[in-house]
Design a protein around this ligand. Structure first.
Ligand code: BTN
Length: 258
């Protein structure tokens, strides 16, 4: 990567590491030391990349592993910020691959029904910028995936059918993060972001399974909202809005892996 050009073209302050355990940890340290929003930590590989719910995120060379420091109004945490970053990541992935990128609720980026990346939001201190970690498989599908997970994962270069540059993806994503951050602050901006997010959601209208408040739930995912949760129609109760914080492990009914 040309870090000087990256910094120059985006206006973000860039911290680059060849290798680290997790860029989110480095970013959290920078936040505690007083770093401002629009700072990012980028690594060429991670040794202990983290995903949601304690899952590992395989982070070999060739992928994009970045943590963004973002200012976020408390009302936007966590859903609004995740939505903003997910829309930005999806827009960048789509622009660089030419393939439609979708958001698999809540935090995954999907192309052709396969996971190409994910987002891990971590709050260090309510008064300081939030850390939004984004991992995208760019050059290749990581080799070290569990055999049951591997068929559900892809990479930008694979779905595009041509090489995709990490720097181009990152620059587009940062431009999109900045554009949506500005838009969100304008009248009607939060609604526009929700429309963009909802328009990219995967599995809408499809049969899904999940756990709701710890119990298995099967139904059709009718809709989703950043404030209202998920509208799931199940055979017993019809369509019911389910609070997002109580929904886990959402996946297509015909897939075993989320
Ligand atoms: C998920 O798939 O559940 C979220 C994956 C988030 C991975 C990114 S890579 C950069 C940042 N550092 C981490 O350890 N995790 C996030």
């Amino acid at each position: 990567m040309d870090l000087a050009a990256l910094q120059d073209r985006t206006g973000w302050t860039v911290h680059h590491l060849a290798v680290t355990e997790s860029t989110n940890d480095v970013a959290a340290r920078l936040v505690r030391e007083g770093a401002a929003a629009r700072t990012l930590v980028l690594a060429d590989r991670q040794t202990i990349g983290r995903g949601r719910e304690g899952r590992p995120f395989a982070s070999p060379p060739g992928g994009l592993y970045v943590s963004l420091l973002l200012d976020a109004p408390p009302a936007d945490l966590p859903g609004g910020v995740v939505a903003l970053v997910a829309v930005a990541a999806a827009e960048a992935a789509e622009a660089e691959t030419g393939r439609e990128a979708r958001i698999k609720w809540p935090n995954d980026i999907w192309i052709d029904g396969k996971k190409v990346g994910g987002i891990l939001l971590e709050l260090v201190d309510a008064q300081r910028p939030v850390v939004a970690g984004v991992g995208l498989n760019v050059g290749a599908i990581p080799q070290e995936l569990e055999p049951d997970v591997a068929p559900t994962v892809s990479a930008l270069g694979v779905v595009a059918g041509h090489p995709v540059e990490r720097q181009a993806v990152l620059e587009r994503m940062l431009a999109s993060v900045d554009a949506w951050s500005a838009r969100r602050a304008e009248p009607g901006g939060a609604e526009a972001l929700e429309v963009a997010w909802r328009g990219r959601l995967a599995l809408i209208g499809e049969e899904i399974v999940c756990r709701f408040a710890g119990r298995p739930l099967r139904g059709v995912l009718e809709d989703a909202s950043l404030t209202g949760g998920l509208l799931i129609r199940d055979a017993d109760s019809g369509p019911v809005w389910r609070e997002a914080g109580h929904v886990q492990d959402l996946r297509a009914a015909d897939r075993t892996i989320s």
